[in-house]
Write a protein that binds this ligand. Structure first.
Ligand code: S3P
Length: 198
């Protein structure tokens, strides 16, 4: 006699089967949310390449982002950011991390909506502050008190980031936890009829 009746076994969790994305996954969120760290791991899990838009902007400009801000100003950086992301969105399916301001541009946002699946990595102020204080290379955070700046950016940007297709909490601790959450959320989103454009 079997130990237990199979009909007594607990229901399977309602997790969508994992699919390789058919569209590029674009990570959005504030500085320190973990977009590059999570993006790199997500890409490797999906067997896709990973592209860091900020690194591409630096490669195109031939200098670091802080130097672009210093020498040419923020508006020039935003122009370059818009152009580089538009070019990257033409590349084969990949995972892309964007700088925190990229999704705030209406044109970039529309292009991401059209060509990619967007994932917002949402993090609270304390975590962003903790992560961004490890290195002092972000020009926006040198303009005053980083805590006040990040708090203002949360107010300004979170309503816009909320337009992303998917949102998950980015947590402190091992990145694998957030990566697993991202994979589950992407799987569920892609399993939703209509989520992937023909
Ligand atoms: C910015 C975020 C930075 C970088 C630039 C501006 C922003 O990228 O693009 O310093 O406006 O939030 P990370 O979000 O990767 O730090």
């Amino acid at each position: 006699m079997p130990d237990s009746d199979p009909r007594d076994s607990p229901p399977k969790p309602n997790i969508a089967p994992e699919k390789t994305p058919e569209k590029t996954i674009v990570l959005v969120g504030l500085m320190g949310a973990g977009k590059s760290c999570i993006g790199r791991r997500l890409a490797s899990g999906f067997g896709l390449s990973f592209i860091d838009a900020d690194a591409e902007i630096e490669a195109a400009a031939g200098c670091a982002i802080e130097d672009i801000f210093e020498r040419h100003g923020e508006a020039a950086f935003r122009d370059g950011e818009r152009r580089v992301i538009a070019r990257l969105l033409n590349q084969p399916v990949h995972v892309m991390a964007t700088g925190g301001g990229a999704f705030m541009d209406a044109g970039t946002r529309a292009l991401i909506k059209e060509r990619a699946t967007s994932l917002w990595l949402k993090a609270d102020l304390d975590l962003l502050l903790k992560r961004t204080s490890r290195r002092n290379h972000r020009p926006l955070l040198k303009r005053g008190d980083p805590k006040e700046i990040l708090a203002r950016l949360i107010e300004e940007r979170y309503p816009v980031y909320a337009e992303a297709d998917i949102a998950i909490d980015s947590q402190d601790g091992p990145p694998e936890v957030t990566v697993a959450r991202a994979r589950a959320a992407i799987g569920a989103y892609l399993a939703t009829p209509g989520a992937v454009a023909p």
